[in-house]
Design a binder for this molecule. Sequence first.
Ligand SMILES: CC(C)(COP(=O)(O)OP(=O)(O)OC[C@H]1O[C@@H](n2cnc3c(N)ncnc32)[C@H](O)[C@@H]1OP(=O)(O)O)[C@@H](O)C(=O)NCCC(=O)NCCS
Length: 230
Amino acid sequence: MFEVRPSSNPEEYGLAVYGIGQYVGAPPTEEQIGRFKQVLPIEGMHAAFEDGTIVGGAGAFPFELSVPGGVLPCAGVSVVGVYPTHRRRGVLRALMDVQLQDVHERGEPLAALWASEETIYDRFGYGLASWAGEVRLARVWNSYARPFERRGTTRFVAADEAATLFPPVWDALMRERPGWIAKRGAEGLLCAAAPDGTGYAFKVADGKLPRAVVLVDQFHCHLGTGRLRA
Ligand SMILES: CC(C)(COP(=O)(O)OP(=O)(O)OC[C@H]1O[C@@H](n2cnc3c(N)ncnc32)[C@H](O)[C@@H]1OP(=O)(O)O)[C@@H](O)C(=O)NCCC(=O)NCCS
């Protein structure tokens, strides 16, 4: 079976966070761990071990939650992930069991989560509390993480013009990107996103959707052949 306990040092913490982190990026750096543990304390991150090796993690932010009549401590469950080498063997169940026991022992009467995949958690006692949430950020508090440089222009083109303009873009991406699907023709959605997100081009040609398509004038492909001009 799997041993589950709170992580006890930054190294364990980073490996437990990486349980979910690996599905979206690289292992956390020391700097990232330093920042993250300010909001999710080291002992709030449970780690699952197999023979001393971490194979998953689940975190609980120390929240206070408003309830009718007051405020209660609440475990804000998040950062849940099991290493791909160990999925479907009960690691999550072991994590959820110990995490909830510890939450109870800490005297937190509530645990709540915003799940990416909500179908997982009802078996552990979670249920639907809200259909939607909305967060508004004043413009003064938000900005692009990287400077935004406007590049290229967009215009509508007719479907027949798109039929000649788009395939070269698609073909270039096919050559550069493993996993790209060759798809042309009258049906379906033809969609190409620039690897660095700077531009896109799409064509809708199922007969029901708009006849016009949007074309990005300059299509930047940074993975190989440089700039394509469609
Ligand atoms: C989802 C994930 C955490 C499950 O971990 P796991 O160790 O494979 O799960 P377990 O083997 O402990 O399964 C526990 C229970 O959850 C169920 N379950 C597991 N993954 C599920 C999924 N994706 N959807 C629905 N149920 C799931 C299992 O069937 C099992 O149910 P049972 O005990 O009633 O038979 C793991 O697959 C993972 O890390 N996935 C990628 C990251 C992710 O999706 N994290 C969750 C974000 S909300």
